[in-house]
Write a protein that binds this ligand. Sequence first.
Ligand SMILES: Nc1ncnc2c1ncn2[C@@H]1O[C@H](COP(=O)(O)OP(=O)(O)OP(=O)(O)O)[C@@H](O)[C@H]1O
Ligand SMILES: [Mg+2]
Length: 336
Amino acid sequence: MGEKESETTMSVIEVNQIVKEFNVVKREKGLKGSLKALIKPERQTIKAVDGISFCVEKGEIVAYIGPNGAGKSTTVKMMAGILTPTSGEILINGVSPHKNRKKVVADLGVVFGQRTQLNWDLRLGESFELLKRIYQIDEATYRANLKTMNEILAIDELLSTPVRQLSLGQRMRGDLTAAMLHSPSVLFLDEPTIGLDVDAKNAIRKFIKDINQSRKTTIVLTTHDLGDIQELCNRVIIINHGKVIEDGSLNDLIEKIAPFRHLIVDYYADIAPNHPKAKIVDKADTRVTYRFWKKDITAARLIEDLSKTVQIRDVSLEEADIEDIISIAYKGKKAD
Ligand SMILES: Nc1ncnc2c1ncn2[C@@H]1O[C@H](COP(=O)(O)OP(=O)(O)OP(=O)(O)O)[C@@H](O)[C@H]1O
Ligand SMILES: [Mg+2]
């Protein structure tokens, strides 16, 4: 295959059947178990990542989500070249991060919300200067990126503050700026909004949107905040126990798990008229909740039909709750 051809067919991120095993000391319950583990530790292998595959195309923002311990951070660390897969292959812009980490990180920004990449002992501005030297960023690029980040995250006001004195939200602004200084085309953000207040979250979401739109930056975002996903991501990959269990748009996921809506009708009288295309799932005095499948009937038609026989006082529509949908998806079930 010629160079040109491979360039046009290549995804920005290609993850192929990766596995990561950790060798850990077996934990047994109780004091006796703890003592035994200390004196004669028994080891066992756990598969944190168990055959994960996916591709990400240029300019996508992908939510990489799953319950605690699912294997998200382990995947991100392998993609960033921090951990080596036990088996399988990863290519970032066609380059393997564990075989050629230097080349991959030259075009990659990584932020771990749980742990800063900045130097605790330096002022924020000095920490950036250090990265400038490490990444050999030219002055013009460095200045331009700092300026952009200042416009989005008001970073200038923090430059002379020692990193250890930054609040969590300020530190996250610093970490995001640090990740962008060398203009990477790929960003891995592992819980960038963890523990942040509403304003700080919004600032970070704005940063993600802006950078994705203006630079076509490809972003993989790990988060437990479903607002992040709703606002930012056109695609959701859900993993659990080290395996991909869903990969698609949030809307498709909702359609798959709960392809229905609820119509809540308040009648003037204590009645509950049936409809052939809706199911009564709740009744409290004069308030009746109908569940209907979007493919069967529209809300407007259902209201029209019901109001033909009985007078209606009020109606409201309830969409599927995203928290519920994700929780059900994590359990690998369908809503009923
Ligand atoms: N260095 C390590 N040594 C041993 N086990 C590890 C190591 N790193 C992760 N694990 C284990 O691998 C599994 C996956 O961990 P990982 O950090 O990838 O989960 P996660 O999906 O990021 O979870 P969270 O939402 O809590 O951040 C867990 O069972 C964890 O205990
Ligand atoms: Mg994690």
